[in-house]
Design a protein around this ligand. Structure first.
Ligand code: 5GP
Length: 183
């Protein structure tokens, strides 16, 4: 399927599942090498990372622990603007090697917030693995994602865990629309 419609919007294919799987296997090999004889804690950022996280971890062979967090943003006071909150962050990250697994990094603001919270526990290392990276991230990120699946343009993508208006997370491939404003 090269074109699909979700909630009346047209999307075209960007990355086929096969390409994603191949890239994911390569990332897993790299992580296995980098973390040999360590026991990293993988932290997936819900909801979008659930498919990538599962596919990636099936290819990882080093001994490891796995957790998930959810980041929500809500309106704070006028001075604080949008406030973010993390749910489910493991509390045993002190002296651990942490790998944050993201579906997509866009402005990098969500990632910055997550990393700040993780660093409070003084882990021995923190790296980021993201399936997709948009160029906007360059402006704000405090730590460069160590493992990047694909760099994509400034376009809205859906599928393979990513949604449009709550829909499309179950699609095997990733589709793009240049006409949908990024949230
Ligand atoms: P950031 O804080 O890096 O700007 O945004 C991160 C979050 O915005 C992602 O975790 C994702 O939920 C959402 N997001 C950013 N770009 C896209 C996109 O192209 N498609 C979808 N479905 N979500 C996106």
């Amino acid at each position: 399927m090269n074109k699909i419609q979700i909630a009346g919007k047209e999307f075209e294919i960007l990355l086929e599942n096969d390409q994603i799987s191949k890239r994911t296997r390569l990332i897993a090999i790299q992580i296995d090498v980098d973390y040999e004889s360590r026991c990293p804690v993988f932290i997936g950022v819900l909801d979008g990372s659930f498919i990538f996280m599962a596919d990636l971890l099936k290819e990882i062979h080093v001994s490891c622990e796995i957790g998930f967090i959810k980041v929500s943003s809500y309106s704070g006071t006028e001075s604080t603007g949008k406030v973010k909150k993390i749910f489910g962050l493991p509390e045993y990250l002190h002296n651990r090697d942490v790998i944050v697994v993201e579906d997509i990094v866009d402005t990098g603001l969500t990632l910055n917030y997550i990393l700040t919270e993780i660093h409070k526990q003084k882990p021995s290392s923190v790296t980021v693995c993201t399936l997709l990276l948009k160029p906007g991230a360059l402006k704000t990120r405090i730590e460069e994602p160590e493992y990047v699946g694909f760099e994509i343009g400034n376009e809205f993508v859906v599928g393979y865990g990513l949604d449009y208006d709550g829909l499309g997370r179950n699609l095997k491939d990733i589709y793009r629309s240049k006409t949908v404003a990024v949230p």
